[in-house]
Design a protein around this ligand. Sequence first.
Ligand SMILES: Nc1ncnc2c1ncn2[C@@H]1O[C@H](COP(=O)(O)OP(=O)(O)O)[C@@H](O)[C@H]1O
Ligand SMILES: [Mg+2]
Length: 350
Amino acid sequence: MTQQSWDELGGALSSAEFRAASDAIVANIEQVIEGKTATVRLALAVLLAEGHLLIEDVPGVGKTKLAKALARSIDCSVRRIQFTPDLLPSDVTGVSVYNQETHDFEFKPGAVFANLVVGDEINRASPKTQSALLESMEERQVTVDGVTYELQTPFMVIATQNPIEMEGTYPLPEAQRDRFTARIAMGYPDSSSELAMLDVHGARDPLFALKPVSDANTVRRLISTVREVHVADAVKQYAVNLVTATREAPELRLGASPRSTLQMLRTARAVAALEGRDYVLPDDLQNLAVPVLAHRVIPTADSQLARRTTDAIIADLVHRLPLPHERQRSPYDNRPSTGDGRAQYDQRRN
Ligand SMILES: Nc1ncnc2c1ncn2[C@@H]1O[C@H](COP(=O)(O)OP(=O)(O)O)[C@@H](O)[C@H]1O
Ligand SMILES: [Mg+2]
């Protein structure tokens, strides 16, 4: 991945500026998505962690709406791709065409040449087209006819899909699911949020009235602030332990990759910054274990037979894993593991 330097991103923001800019984005999205604060914040965290988001849930729960609302809240280039079986890889990446007048090839950029790319119903595209998208997500560049074109920063793909396999869909292979920093489910709104939705959305879709409250430049500075968030060595070790536990878990046939460890740490930095901290807590990693790890692992045949979801398996692993510096804790102790000893992870304050 090509990493832009700190200068190119613009300087870090003060904590007050960071809070104002990030709160504005969350509040804006919440004008159109009712009762989903945690989900909205996680989506923003993935953007600030320079990652990509997979929203996987049943139809009609606001997946497309969340993706569009985030895209509309930031004044930047946005492309939306409706995935269909006849979408070609070149529609995604771009194509060079011969120009009769200049007698030269001209590059026509595809849909990935944008800051925010909304890929709706990604499992309806052919595997070839899916892999064109997923490759550019990782590389942050596209090579067509031997010429490499850099993608923009920020660059985030927000893909949606329905988890219930239907006829004519191509489920993403594990190697491609691994490219997504986090997978979130929307879940049904609670009854008061659903009621509020009827009032706000009953007559006209409020999405059309949604105005940007931020821009690409601000997002670059938010990202550069997130990169500065401190992670203590013990917390890094805990991230490694968590991922290692997925590889050793008897319930899993495939554990999480080193790529996921990196993405977990980045997302934890973003979540910490969104909570107004300049250091990561083990709690951040615990809260992120399911959204960041569960979509990458494969359960054994036995776990599948027992209908254990990978969400449940990962949540269990988190529960059993001792926190850093808590050596006496048994791996089978189910006590909630938050709260105590926060100061030890905050080396900056000493
Ligand atoms: N939590 C929610 N808050 C507001 N509107 C919602 C929510 N869940 C679903 N909706 C509404 O339901 C409709 C379907 O949403 P959409 O994003 O198209 O669903 P999906 O992409 O998940 O199939 C939209 O009109 C959306 O406004
Ligand atoms: Mg949709």
